[in-house]
Every structure is written in C-alpha cells, then in structure tokens.
Design a protein around this ligand. Structure first.
Ligand code: ADP
Ligand code: ZN
Length: 307
C-alpha cells in the first residue's frame, strides 16, 4: 500500500494531509495566496512529510471545477471570482509538481467520499453529504458512485419556498437571491439576524427558520435521489441542536408520503453529523489519491468517483 497526499483546496486555506487514512493522517495547512506560492507550499509539505514523495495526490477543490475527463480544462478551477485562480489547472500543476497521478473532485464530493470510506456513510451505496457553511453544497453518491453529470451538482442553489411575510430577508445569493444557499448559509444567517450564526442563542427563532429551509432542501433530495442516509456537516451544523429540528421538519414536509422506516421511526440514523468532523474533505482527497494510484497504469489524471 502506498502513501497518499490529500488536499482540501479552499478559498481561504489549503488543508493537506498525508497518510493512508484517519489513523496515520498528518495534517498541515497553508493560506490560499497566489496559485504558484500555494502549490509550492503544498508540494514542499508532501516532500518533507513523506521523506521523498507521495505515491499519488488527491484534490477536493473549491469551485466551480471541470470534472469532465474529455474536456481540455479537466482538473481546472474554472469561473471562480478569485481572479488569480480562474481557469487554473490545479490537478495538472500539482500532479506535475509532485510527478505523481492526481485524483480530482469538488470539495464536497471529496468530503462525501471520506465519509463513505471511513465515516458516517460506510457501507452505504446511496447517500447524500451536505455542507452548510459559507455556502451550501451537496455530494450525492448513487450506486456507489459520486454523481458528476454535466458539470457537478450545485445543490445549494435549488429554490425553496420563501414566505416573505414570515421572513422578509430577501436572500443573499448574487445569482438567485433566495435560493437555499441565499437563505440558509452561515453568512446569510448573520446578514438576517445581525449576529454571527455561532452567537445566535439556541432558543432564537432563527434556528426554526434555518431547520425549515434545510428540510425543504433535504425533502427535495429525498424525493429525487432517494438517499439511504444524509450526512450534514459544515460550520452551521456544529450547532448540534439543529439536528433534531431538521429531522422533525423533514418529517413534516414529507408528511408520511415515503413509507420507509428510515424516514419514520429511524430518523436519528437517517440525518446524521459527519464522523470525520472537519477531516472529511482531506480524507476524501486521500481516497481520491488512492483511486488515482490504482488507475495510474492507464491514465495520469483521473476523475473522482466510486467509493
Ligand atoms: P467553509 O464553508 O468556508 O468551508 P465552514 O463549513 O466552517 O467553512 O463554514 C463557515 C461558516 O459557518 C461561517 O461563516 C459561519 O457563518 C458558520 N459557522 C462556523 N462555525 C459555526 C458555529 N459553531 N455555529 C454556527 N455557525 C457557524
Ligand atoms: Zn443561488
């Protein structure tokens, strides 16, 4: 078995991990600066920590990213508002810098893979990983494969019912205003209530509203993807009291229509927190590296994919 490098590439920091899984993971992180400086720090970290080189690298990246293996910009970050990173060949440059195969996927798909391999979705062929933080994003695993499709799912940008009489906040998404992310991300909670979400008291009505919006999202994915479990992570879901509220709201929205025990008596095992905490993304990137290593005889850069 080889030693792998995992990178969770975020807009503010790059988290790097080296190892084969949670038990031997060693972590480091670097602020996201220019692509050249950031990649140099990441490559130096892996060389130093491995004593020589890793066998493959995996990257779960902020987006949007190009995941189409047939595209000439496969492995690139594409139209990000971060100008220096626009149309940047992240997987290609890092793979070449380390001279190893590179696996590549979105940050949230990587987190889904991490939870599938070592965390809350072990052994589950169909599930959803949702992050509720600065943005809202989802990674769907269907039949053991991460869904990619045309680009990649953008689950945070679905529309949810918005009763302006009850919630006059217009929404904060620059593209859609009151999509799910525009109504329920961490920063939109702060914009609506005037205090950071982490400082909102447990009894504040803002949490009921938050649970309701998130449950509308979950109900949509329960009806469209039929996941067997939903893992909810990200900064906002650090608020453990949200879990029972989201489960209750989900049951209310579905109204008994889907006759599955998981959605009735076993809701506590259905909507769950991640088991890998904030290491899900970087561990998922290690899983991507492992996969790239396995495929490296036939191709140098491979898309992320199955568990
Ligand atoms: P990112 O989405 O940027 O990768 P996070 O998932 O940590 O990172 O999300 C950060 C956002 O989550 C913050 O902007 C804040 O709105 C919210 N947040 C972070 N920690 C908490 C907390 N303990 N309780 C509620 N909200 C939080
Ligand atoms: Zn939107």
């Amino acid at each position: 078995m080889g030693v792998f490098g995992g990178v969770e590439a975020g807009g503010t920091k790059f988290v790097c991990g080296i190892g084969t899984g949670p038990d031997d993971l060693r972590l480091g992180w670097f602020p996201t600066s220019s692509p050249e400086a950031t990649i140099a720090s990441v490559a130096a970290f892996f060389c130093e920590q491995s004593g020589a080189s890793v066998d493959a690298v995996g990257i779960g990246s902020f987006g949007p990213v190009d995941l189409d293996p047939a595209s000439h910009t496969f492995g690139y970050i594409t139209s990000t508002p971060k100008l220096e990173w626009q149309y940047y060949d992240l997987a290609g440059v890092l793979g070449r810098a380390l001279n190893v195969p590179a696996g590549f996927d979105t940050d949230v798909n990587a987190a889904a893979l991490g939870e599938a391999r070592w965390g809350a979705a072990r052994g589950i062929s169909d599930f959803l990983y949702l992050t509720v933080g600065t943005g809202i994003g989802g990674g769907a695993v269907v039949h053991g494969e991460v869904v990619h499709g045309l680009v990649h799912p953008e689950m945070g940008h679905i529309r949810v019912p918005h009763d302006l009489a009850k919630d006059p906040y217009p929404g904060g998404c620059p593209y859609h205003q009151d999509c799910l992310e525009g109504l329920a991300s961490g920063p939109t909670m702060e914009a609506r209530w005037g205090v950071p979400a982490r400082d909102l008291p447990v009894e504040h009505p803002g949490w009921e509203l938050e649970a309701r919006y998130l449950a509308f999202g979950l109900a949509t994915w329960v009806c469209t993807l039929s996941p067997k479990r939903i893992v909810m992570g990200g900064g906002v879901m650090q608020q453990q009291h949200l879990f029972p509220m989201v489960r209750r709201e989900l049951a209310r929205v579905l109204n008994g229509y889907i006759r599955a025990a998981a959605l009735m008596d076993e809701m506590e095992q259905y909507v769950v927190p991640p088991q890998l905490g904030n290491r899900a993304g970087v561990l998922g990137a290690i899983a991507l590296a492992e996969r790239a290593h396995r495929s490296s005889l036939s191709t140098a850069v491979v898309p992320g994919g199955s568990i």
